[in-house]
Design a protein around this ligand. Structure first.
Ligand code: GLP
Length: 239
């Protein structure tokens, strides 16, 4: 696992963008796995800037990691909305794949989504990390062999997400790529910024590999780059 520590969030976002831009230049028809959350917002701004300077996304295929169950795509809190608003509406990407939280038969949807990913191997998967070490919506206890499926969100995640949902009920279930699905990606980058991620980062890099901390599965993968800022690295550095 390669660890890159950057001075701050801005530098971290630029570093992540550099990796994705070079992937797209090397292979214009790359398959890219996108994530949601506050951490990736800076990276997406950089990708939009790169597109304005000519970076072509027209041959890229995208797969997103997760979506809330039963939340329509048009809902402002849906991850479909997040991706459109923060990235897809601003670049010339055409082949977009996102989990559909309102699919008629969500179980079949998960199977089809998993199969589609198997046929279109992800070249570069972008990940954030939850404070409890989740990746995608693979909460603690998720099997390392898990595939795309319907998951129950942990109490902690529901509490953290409530800030986005204001007065509305926070969804308790989601569709998420499985851990084994994520590990099939050729290359993975994980981004983390801020003190509140320091414990998860310590566990990811130095902790025991265990299903209790889903992100530790990444240590089994040959090509993972973790990009963090000083604060996310503060426990490991003993600050
Ligand atoms: C959500 C997403 C994850 C993301 C995590 C961290 O739970 N499902 O994919 O990594 O939040 O979010 P943030 O970057 O806002 O801390």
């Amino acid at each position: 696992m390669k660890i890159i520590e950057k001075e701050d969030y801005n530098e971290l976002s630029k570093e992540a963008a550099k990796i994705i831009i070079s992937q797209i230049k090397k292979k214009p028809n790359s398959v890219i796995g996108f994530a949601t959350g506050n951490t990736v917002l800076g990276l997406y701004k950089e990708l939009i800037k790169a597109h304005k300077k000519g970076l072509d996304f027209s041959k890229i295929t995208s797969f997103n990691l997760d979506e809330y169950l039963n939340l329509p795509k048009s809902d402002k809190q849906s991850l479909n909305f997040f991706m459109k608003h923060n990235l897809f509406n601003h670049i010339n990407i055409k082949k977009i794949n996102m989990p559909d939280g309102t699919a008629k038969n969500p179980k079949n949807f998960c199977k089809d989504y998993e199969n589609k990913i198997r046929l279109n191997k992800i070249d570069l998967q972008i990940l954030g990390i939850g404070r409890n070490g989740h990746i995608g919506f693979n909460e603690p206890g998720s099997k390392f062999t898990s595939r795309t499926r319907i998951v129950n969100l942990s109490k902690q995640t529901i509490k953290e997400n409530s800030k986005f949902f204001k007065n509305k009920k926070v969804p308790k279930k989601a569709i998420s790529l499985g851990i084994s699905t994520i590990l099939k990606s050729k290359k993975i980058i994980l981004l983390a910024a801020g003190k509140n991620k320091a414990r998860a980062i310590k566990n990811l890099i130095k902790g025991k590999i265990t299903e209790k901390v889903p992100a530790t599965a990444l240590r089994k993968h040959k090509n993972v780059t973790v990009i963090i800022d000083k604060e996310a690295n503060s426990i490991l550095r003993g600050i």
